[in-house]
Design a protein around this ligand. Structure first.
Ligand code: FAD
Length: 295
């Protein structure tokens, strides 16, 4: 393979962690404990998602501001254009800027459940590229966007998807975070295609540690991520064995990251699903240690 052994990985990587806004006090506590666990790894940023159709606008805002102010980690707010006028989206962004939030993950968003395909809100932003241009008119935010190594389901073909990603960088994005994937070669092919299209911005792999194989299967069906045939076998019989499942899951994700590292990747974004332990373990295996601690 040519990939270094885990023991040789020096931890010269940057990481970021994604959370979703909690629905209850108990979930808020879990989220906060996870932020506290991951904070010593000195993430470049932590981001908080925006519920479908803007349904979590207030909760996303609260968590983003709290993470930045109380945990002292640069926080990024996800923001979509679904179900909102340009003025409404601009007002949300302006409020973030006033609160000291300087980083937005700018997304189109998905159509509401049951809708046949995406349609922009009348008076709203058309898509992510249009949203980025609007955000840049509000203030000089740092902007991250979504990218799809296995092609977005709405895209007519792979080249149109790359062209769309280029349009997002041209509109002012500086980083793309990918949809989760399980095949490192798929990421490398995508990175090569993006470079060939003249994209110079960072493309950061989004890593999804598998908490529940059934849930990952459902998500993969929706977003077009391929699940390798070997993976089902590895999780077989582990439904009632959470500890064993976690070990298997950490091993799979760490191996994916190790191969990405061998291919030159030095930045990783983790979909934590608000739990810290798996992401922490994977970072640890990649050589990442709490700040101030020698490896
Ligand atoms: P866009 O980049 O606007 O485009 C989506 C697709 O449509 C592309 O394939 C593009 O080629 C095609 N397209 C766009 N415009 C045109 C056009 N004019 N003509 C032809 N084709 C076009 N969703 C949420 O609701 N909340 C979140 O917090 C959230 N966070 C995410 C974080 C990451 C890292 C990722 C990868 C996804 C996230 N999503 C989130 C999901 C995202 O909203 C969906 O994948 C959505 O369907 C597409 O959003 P986008 O920003 O990629 O859209």
């Amino acid at each position: 393979l040519g990939a270094p052994l885990f023991s040789d990985l020096p931890g010269d990587i940057a990481v970021s962690f994604e959370f979703f806004p909690p629905k209850s006090d108990r979930m808020a506590e879990t989220l906060w404990n996870s932020v506290a666990t991951l904070a010593p790894l000195a993430p470049r940023f932590v981001s908080v998602t925006y519920g479908a159709g803007g349904s979590t606008r207030t909760r996303t805002h609260e968590q983003v501001v709290r993470i930045q102010n109380e945990a002292g980690i640069p926080a990024a707010a996800h923001l979509t254009c679904v179900n909102a006028t340009r003025e409404e989206v601009d007002a949300v962004a302006r409020h973030y800027w006033e609160e000291g939030i300087r980083h937005i993950v700018a997304l189109r968003g998905d159509p509401p459940e049951g809708a046949s395909g995406y349609a922009p809100h009348p008076g709203g932003y058309e898509n992510a590229a249009d949203l980025i241009a609007g955000l840049k008119r509000v203030a000089d935010f740092e902007i991250s966007v979504a990218a799809y190594p296995e092609v977005h389901p709405d895209s007519p073909d792979a080249q149109a998807d790359i062209d769309n990603l280029k349009a997002k960088f041209d509109a002012g994005a500086t980083r793309a975070i990918t949809q989760f994937f399980f095949d490192p070669e798929c990421f490398f092919r995508f990175r090569d295609k993006a470079a060939a299209a003249g994209i110079e911005g960072e493309i950061v792999p989004g890593i999804m540690p598998v908490m529940s194989f059934a849930a990952v299967q459902r998500m993969s069906d929706l977003c077009g991520t391929a699940i390798p045939s070997w993976m089902e076998g590895l999780f077989e019989g582990l439904d009632e064995r959470p500890a064993a499942r976690q070990l298997v899951s950490a091993t799979i994700a760490a191996e994916l990251c190790r191969r990405l590292y061998a291919g030159g990747v030095r930045e990783f974004h983790f979909y934590t699903l608000n739990r810290a332990e798996l992401s922490y373990a994977i970072c640890h295996m990649l050589g990442k240690r709490p700040t101030g601690t020698a490896k």
